[in-house]
Each structure stands twice: as C-alpha cells, then as structure tokens.
Design a protein around this ligand. Structure first.
Ligand SMILES: *[C@@H]1O[C@H](CO)[C@@H](O)[C@H](O)[C@H]1NC(C)=O
Ligand SMILES: *[C@@H]1O[C@H](CO)[C@@H](O)[C@H](O)[C@H]1NC(C)=O
Ligand SMILES: *[C@@H]1O[C@H](CO)[C@@H](O)[C@H](O)[C@H]1NC(C)=O
Ligand SMILES: *[C@@H]1O[C@H](CO)[C@@H](O)[C@H](O)[C@H]1NC(C)=O
Ligand SMILES: *[C@@H]1O[C@H](CO)[C@@H](O)[C@H](O)[C@H]1NC(C)=O
Length: 192
C-alpha cells in the first residue's frame, strides 16, 4: 500500500472515531450524561449514519454504515463501510471498542483502529432506543480550552422517519449542540 493510500484510509477509518468529521468548537467538553444501564448486546448490529459533523477538509463519504458485533472478550468489533463520494470506491475499516469503565454499565466506549496506532477515541452514546436511533458524541480537549468534537445521528434504517429526525434534532438542541455543523450523509443508491 502506498503512503498516500495509507493516509487516505486513515482519514476515512477515523470516522466514528473523531478525526474525520471532527470540528474544533469553542469551550471545553461539556458534562453531558450518557445512557445508563447500557445494553451493548442490544446495540450491536448495523447503524446507518444519517448525519454527522463535517469538517471542510474531510474526504466525503456516503452510504456510511457502522456494524458492531461481539468479539467475545469484552470488546466490540467495529466494522465500518462507506463509499468514497468522489471515486465511488467501497471502503472499509476494522477496529474495536471497549468500555471506558467495565464496572459501570454506562455508554462510554473507547474506539481504536489498529493501523492508526494506540489512539483511542471516545464514543459516548447520549441517547438511543436501540431499535431506531442513536445519538453519539465524541469530545476531546483542544487548544486554549476549546474542544475537538464529533457528533452523529445514527439510525437502524437508511431512511428514518420525520418523527425520529425531529426527536434527534430536539435532543441535540436541548443540549446546545450546534446543528449547523451537521451534514446529511447520502444513503441512497448504495452498494453496501
Ligand atoms: C457531571 O455530572 C454528573 C451528574 O450528571 C455529576 O455527578 C458530576 O459531578 C459532574 N461533573 C462535573 C465535572 O461537573
Ligand atoms: C437494566 O437493563 C436490564 C435489561 O437490559 C433490566 O432488566 C434492568 O431492570 C435495568 N436496570 C435499571 C436500573 O434500569
Ligand atoms: C453487519 O454484519 C453482520 C455480521 O456480523 C452481517 O450479517 C450483516 O449483513 C451486516 N450488516 C450490514 C448492513 O452490513
Ligand atoms: C479481543 O478479540 C479480538 C479478536 O480476536 C482481538 O483482536 C483483540 O485483541 C481482543 N482484545 C482483548 C482485549 O482481548
Ligand atoms: C483555560 O482555563 C483555565 C481554567 O479555567 C484558565 O485558568 C486558563 O486561563 C484558560 N486558558 C485559556 C487559554 O483560555
């Protein structure tokens, strides 16, 4: 693999892992509460990315799917696929997620993609009903007390209802997330 394609893959695979889609926002990470009594088992399976934060320099991906399964050793297998919006190429990345604190049943996970090195990115589930939608947030300290943030609206279907969309929008607005950073992920005419 050439260095440039390695970089390219890295830029993609970071999705759902903070670097791709990450925006630098004013202020430090808020103290949002996450889903308690989190059922990893009910959370497994495929989630379609409906919206995420989008940085200007980001390589565009469409048809983005995160597919979670059980590694059987206390970690979750993370298998992401997407189509490169410019080339049409189907891309995938394999990683894993572990609970930040295995003694707590709270929805704070750390995601790692091995080829990116040891870096683990927060994956906080702020709200989910397991069968319809999930609202995920990742935040890390940035320069000058600001923060690098990514947030996602994931759905069990490619085409969530207007009611679900409205709910997610309302939830994020109530927590003062800036919706203007969210972009719609195309989920039509997808090969995956
Ligand atoms: C964050 O919120 C929780 C309750 O939701 C509270 O127990 C905790 O002290 C807060 N932490 C900070 C740093 O404000
Ligand atoms: C936690 O979830 C389990 C099922 O996953 C349920 O049986 C239990 O009552 C829940 N506990 C609390 C405190 O919500
Ligand atoms: C998700 O992965 C499972 C296997 O773990 C597979 O059966 C399923 O088709 C995948 N779903 C999607 C939408 O890719
Ligand atoms: C869990 O299993 C996966 C797949 O076999 C492996 O790659 C990973 O290193 C294991 N993690 C731990 C913490 O054992
Ligand atoms: C960051 O926050 C700390 C604690 O509130 C403060 O002392 C410091 O001056 C801040 N730094 C900047 C660059 O704003």
């Amino acid at each position: 693999m050439s260095p440039s394609s390695t970089l390219y893959l890295a830029a993609f695979a970071a999705f759902l892992s903070t670097v791709n889609g990450q925006v630098l926002l004013p202020g430090s990470c808020a103290n949002h509460s996450v889903v308690q009594n989190f059922s990893v088992g009910d959370y497994l399976g495929a989630w379609y990315e409906i919206q995420n934060t989008y940085a200007d320099n980001q390589i565009g991906g469409i048809c983005t799917i995160a597919n979670y399964s059980d590694f059987g050793n206390g970690t979750v297998r993370v298998y992401n696929t997407q189509v490169n919006a410019e080339t049409g190429e189907l891309q995938s990345a394999l990683g894993s997620a572990r609970p930040l604190d295995p003694t707590k049943n709270e929805a704070k996970l750390l995601v790692n993609f091995p080829f990116m090195g040891p870096m683990e990115s927060p994956y906080w589930v702020l709200d989910t009903d397991y069968t319809g939608y999930s609202i995920v947030w990742s935040c890390r300290p940035g320069p000058d007390n600001n923060s690098y943030q990514t947030y996602w609206f994931l759905s069990r279907t490619r085409n969530p209802s207007d009611i679900t969309r409205g709910y997610v929008q309302g939830f994020l607005t109530a927590l003062k997330f800036d919706l203007s950073y969210l972009e719609e992920t195309t989920q039509t005419d997808c090969p995956n």
